[in-house]
Design a protein around this ligand. Structure first.
Ligand code: CP
Length: 302
């Protein structure tokens, strides 16, 4: 591992596999009910979130605590960021507070890279703008590999707001590097220009996109990053681009339903799809703890 985990774009297949393999061992431990291991004893971990989160933040904090780290959480709304402190100054003060790992979520793409260049602590990107969310894609790949025993050769359809999704980008980098075929599906207004150059197939019809897919992943519309006007109405988006039970009929019979959360029921996916027996959305959340334990362990081991 390098000093930081900033994205999957720059990781080789064997580096991704190393993390997934370590997560298998972590999952074995937590599956036995163990919630206090010594792997991070004496280490200090800080979560620094400039955007809202439920899953990622709690998952990182539980992962750190399960491995005996000292874990602090900075809520930007009540921190000295509100008094005008810069990101670099905040990071260097966390260094001065003897922090070993800073986990950052920021609305600006590239913020974790800037922080990583200016601090001694290891930096983990927990989501930067529409750029990357590497641990989400790692837990998604972990969940696929756990179910299918492999990533190579899987057909994965990602349906939803591709343009503003850091989850889509990290999954595309990671899945294609490990040999999966990825199809993305969205209205043209929600597809970034030149997305084909990332090695994906592009569809605007959900039934064609999921045809024969092993995995169907839904993505929320990132209204907080859009200026609006991307489609006429939510109702029309749901009707023409949402994944419902009829769309799922086109996927492989064994297809998994995945979603990084938070879900907006009835928009990108119907409740019938989200709650179906083949949905692994909550397994993804549980696997996120094991994956983040693995990342914290690999970045801090000497
Ligand atoms: N998947 C994900 O990043 O969820 P949160 O925004 O709740 O962290």
């Amino acid at each position: 591992m390098t000093k930081d985990l900033l994205g999957l774009k720059g990781l080789a297949a064997d580096q991704i596999t190393e993390i997934l393999d370590a997560a298998v061992e972590m999952k074995k431990i937590i599956s036995q009910g163990a919630k206090k291991m010594p792997h991070l004893l004496g280490k200090s971990v800080v979560t620094l979130f400039y955007e809202n989160s439920t899953r990622t933040r709690v998952s990182f904090e539980n992962a750190a605590k399960f491995m005996s780290a000292n874990c602090s959480s900075i809520s930007v709304a009540t921190s000295s960021v509100q008094k005008g402190e810069t990101l670099i100054d905040t990071g260097q003060n966390l260094d001065a507070l003897l922090t070993d790992v800073i986990i950052i979520r920021h609305p600006v793409a590239g913020a974790p890279q800037l922080l990583a260049k200016n601090v001694h602590a290891a930096v983990i990107n927990a989501g930067d703008g529409a750029n990357e969310h590497p641990t989400q894609a790692l837990l998604d790949m972990y969940t696929m590999r756990e179910r299918f025993g492999r990533i190579d050769g899987l057909k994965v359809a990602i349906c939803g707001d591709i343009k503003f999704s850091r989850v889509a980008r990290s999954n595309i980098w990671g899945l294609t590097r490990l040999g999966a075929s990825v199809t993305v599906c969205a209205p043209k207004t929600l597809l970034p220009l030149g997305i084909e150059k990332m090695g994906v197939r592009v569809e605007s019809d959900p039934e064609r996109a999921v045809d024969g897919a092993d995995v169907v992943m839904g993505l929320r519309i990132q209204t907080e990053r859009q200026k609006g006007g991307m489609f006429p109405s939510i109702a029309e988006y749901a009707e023409f681009f949402g994944v419902d039970s009829a769309v799922m009929q086109k996927a492989a019979p064994h297809a998994l339903v995945m979603h990084p959360g938070p879900v907006n029921r009835g928009i990108e996916m119907t409740s019938a799809v989200i709650d179906a027996p083949n949905s692994v959305i909550l397994d993804q959340v549980t696997n996120g703890v094991a994956v983040r334990m693995a990342v914290l362990f690999l970045l801090t081991r000497k």
